[in-house]
Design a protein around this ligand. Structure first.
Ligand code: MN
Length: 396
């Protein structure tokens, strides 16, 4: 946890005449700072909580010891809500982009949205906040009382308005009805658009919703591309292969085989050069490349196996899950030259080349190209009704 709140990202008088300089000074320097001071005081005797961000504490309030829960709720909320509020304020920014489209779709028009938001703000009794949030991926206007954060209800803030009298009393006195329309002149729609895109379109905080309850190991696994270039140890690598050993297969035939190359070894280029250019762009930061092949015939009778690829897929999934559990990037690719792979890697005719996967330590998304950053997100999945049929096939 930090001790000092961030400076405003603009001058104190930047929002004049809609929000006055004196209010901004007191509101930011005194009120906001006081919430942080009180939050830190509450956490004083709980060193294990100090490693968490205030947002994380609010998201899991039930995990906060009861003795300080109310203090964290009020002061953690006050700290986080204000920090967020400052970022969405700026003059002379008109609404555009994805948020404009989404608001018009949800509320029919911007004017209707403004009306609904304003009515909500006027209807709030006492002190609190009006918010535009994402609730289960849908835009929604809500109020929270006091310093309660939407994060505690699993909702993601997109835009907010502080309706405590300290936010407007100096300029507007008791006239909330004048303060609310003034707020619409100082909404930083560029930032609000970013909030929307990050949480709805890219949706990293709340990435995957399952239709039924399953172990989180499955939804936590995804296929990032950003890797740091750091090496992984032989033990780390071999434990991935160990996990693959235990996959089920037809007649326990275990048709999967792996050919690997670590970066900065003489074997690396042989596998790396099999990849299409797009895959070379990001796998250059991998630690290991692995070609997956499968034996097309059973060893016990030399008869063709109809399931060699299928079984090898199960071994691959074991390995991908094990890597995910260990915090490694494990990313499979079919973008490669299959004929060249057979030749270069000396694969016998009795084996099929399945794919190549990259293994590495997690890297920074910002280091990827802009195009790749856009797709650096956990992808969604089809619905159960699209993949499961009762009795006979009745899909498309
Ligand atoms: Mn305030």
């Amino acid at each position: 946890m930090i001790n000092k709140i961030k400076d405003l990202p603009y001058e104190y008088d930047a929002l004049e005449p809609f929000i006055d300089e004196t209010t901004m000074r007191i509101h930011h320097d005194k009120h906001h700072q006081a919430y942080l001071d009180k939050l830190n005081a509450a956490l004083e005797n709980y060193p294990e909580l100090k490693n968490k961000t205030a947002e994380e504490l609010l998201e899991n309030l039930e995990d906060v010891p009861e003795k300080i829960r109310t203090a964290v709720r009020n002061n953690g909320g006050g700290y986080v809500n204000h920090a967020f509020f400052w970022t969405i304020l700026k003059k002379n920014i008109s609404i555009k982009g994805e948020i404009k489209k989404a608001i018009e779709k949800k509320f029919e028009s911007f004017e209707k949205f403004k009306e609904e938001f304003s009515n909500k703000a006027m209807s709030l009794f006492g002190s609190g906040w009006t918010w535009l949030v994402l609730n289960n991926q849908e835009l929604e206007i809500i109020n929270t009382s006091n310093q309660d954060s939407p994060l505690s209800d699993g909702k993601i803030p997109i835009l907010t308005l502080d309706l405590w009298e300290h936010a407007y009393y100096l300029k507007y006195q008791n006239k909330r009805a004048d303060y609310v329309p003034a707020f619409f002149n100082v909404i930083n729609w560029e930032k609000v658009n970013e909030n929307y895109i990050e949480n709805k379109i890219i949706n990293l905080k709340n990435p995957r919703k399952t239709e039924f309850e399953i172990d989180k190991i499955f939804v936590n696994r995804w296929s990032p591309r950003a890797m740091s270039g750091e090496e992984i140890t032989d033990d780390e690598l071999m434990s991935l292969f160990e996990s693959s050993k235990w996959a089920p297969s037809s007649y326990n035939s275990q048709p999967w085989r792996f050919i690997y190359a670590k970066r900065n070894t003489k074997e690396w280029n042989k596998i790396f050069n099999l990849l299409i250019d797009f895959n070379k762009l990001w796998t250059k930061n991998a630690s290991v490349l692995v070609a997956v092949i499968s034996k097309k015939t059973f060893e016990h009778n030399n008869q063709p196996s109809i399931t060699h690829s299928f079984d090898t897929g199960a071994a691959w999934e074991n390995l991908a899950l094990q890597g995910s559990l260990k915090g490694l990037v494990v990313h499979g690719m079919s973008g490669l030259d299959y004929e060249k792979a057979k030749r270069e890697l000396k694969i016998p005719d009795d084996y099929n080349v399945e794919m190549i996967f990259a293994v590495g330590k997690k890297g920074k998304k910002e280091d990827l190209s802009e195009d790749m950053q856009k797709i650096e997100v956990p992808s969604d999945r089809k619905k159960i009704s699209e993949i499961v049929y009762k009795g006979e096939f009745n899909g498309k």
